[in-house]
Design a protein around this ligand. Structure first.
Ligand SMILES: *[C@@H]1O[C@H](CO)[C@@H](O)[C@H](O)[C@H]1NC(C)=O
Length: 331
């Protein structure tokens, strides 16, 4: 009989390391004063972009949500005023910053699917990196805001195993406990081998279940044990089993995220700024969605992988108030 190992894995400090944000709640926080400052920056001739940055880029999403409500009650409509006063990427970024986090992520999910040709990498990124509770709030908000469910939009924009994987992830059923059960790990290691390399074709359902329902600590342990046992990395296995498909890319992303989420996001940032042109929407989303969580860790990972700081790469690729605003959130 196999012995049963249960390891209590503390998320902070041991496996995933401590999360270091770059944006912290303003304290003291005075939403009336902030709304007035924004109105002052927008009202009348010209626009004081630095003043807008001094408010929107130094308040957390939940604080910005309160500021937006306050502004809308007292001065008009913040998003509309920014829309008519500003232009370009700075306009897009500041409007994103008027939303609370759940609304922001819901809009990002919708945009990701509404673009010509769905941006699968971003879709996987957003859904994979949110807790069951956040996913539940997103599903509720999404239905209310767009009049149809998130799942129905995923159904319309994706297909096959990838679609089933995303829907099961979006349903927010992932194990979020900090317990690592080595017996269950071994079962999945053998199960994935038998459902893929050991047979003709692939039993997609098992891959979907393991990657969408198990905790990330578990998935990472499965990857480690799989390679020890079969001498092939699970990344190679899923790439081969789901060759040239969105599913394979998604499973690789989940493996990267499970192993080291700071490194995963560093590579996402790099993709958004590397090469000709900048994927501005990705850059803005990555910045806004991570600055309150672990952008500090991501910056360290970025420096280690690319031997240049994230701030200097972002600085090289952007300009004007857009650059100042991004750097305020990143630094
Ligand atoms: C660990 O996993 C095995 C196999 O899935 C299961 O039978 C057992 O109940 C689990 N142990 C705990 C404490 O959850």
């Amino acid at each position: 009989m196999k012995s049963l190992f249960i390891c209590i894995v503390l998320f902070s400090g041991i496996v995933l390391g401590q999360d270091l944000p770059t944006l912290f709640p303003a304290d003291p926080f005075d939403p009336n004063n902030d709304a007035a400052r924004l109105f002052d920056a927008i009202d009348g001739w010209g626009t004081d972009e630095d003043k807008i940055i001094s408010v929107l880029c130094y308040r957390t999403a939940s604080q910005r949500d309160v500021i937006t409500t306050t502004y809308n009650n007292q001065h008009g409509n913040l998003a509309n005023d920014l829309q008519s006063d500003l232009g370009g990427s700075f306009q897009t970024l500041t409007i994103m910053l008027t939303h609370g986090m759940i609304k922001f992520l819901s809009i990002e999910l919708h945009d990701t699917m509404a673009r010509a040709g769905t941006d699968e990498k971003s879709l996987t990124e957003i859904i994979m990196s949110r807790s069951n509770q956040e996913l539940s709030e997103i599903r509720t908000f999404f239905l209310d805001y767009y009049g149809h469910t998130l799942v129905s939009e995923i159904e319309g924009d994706t297909s096959g195993a990838y679609q089933r994987l995303l829907i099961q992830m979006a349903e927010g059923l992932r194990d979020e406990s900090n317990l690592l059960n080595m017996t269950a790990v071994e079962e999945d290691v053998v199960g994935l081998y038998e459902a893929g390399p050991a047979m003709e074709g692939t039993n997609e359902d098992l891959y979907i279940d393991v990657f969408s329902l198990r905790s990330y600590v578990h998935v990472n342990q499965v990857a480690i044990r799989y390679e020890e046992k079969y001498g092939t990395s699970l990344t190679t296995v899923v790439t081969t089993e789901f060759e040239g498909k969105d599913m394979g890319n998604a499973l690789v992303s989940i493996l990267q995220y499970s192993r080291d989420k700071a490194k995963y996001f560093a590579s996402r940032f790099h993709e958004s700024i590397a090469g000709a042109g900048t994927a501005d929407q990705d850059l803005m989303r990555l910045t806004i969605s991570r600055c309150e969580i672990d952008l500090g860790n991501i910056k360290t990972a970025y420096q280690n992988i690319y031997a240049v700081s994230l701030s200097s790469d972002v600085s090289d690729d952007t300009s004007g108030s857009y650059r100042s605003a991004l750097l305020a959130l990143i630094d």
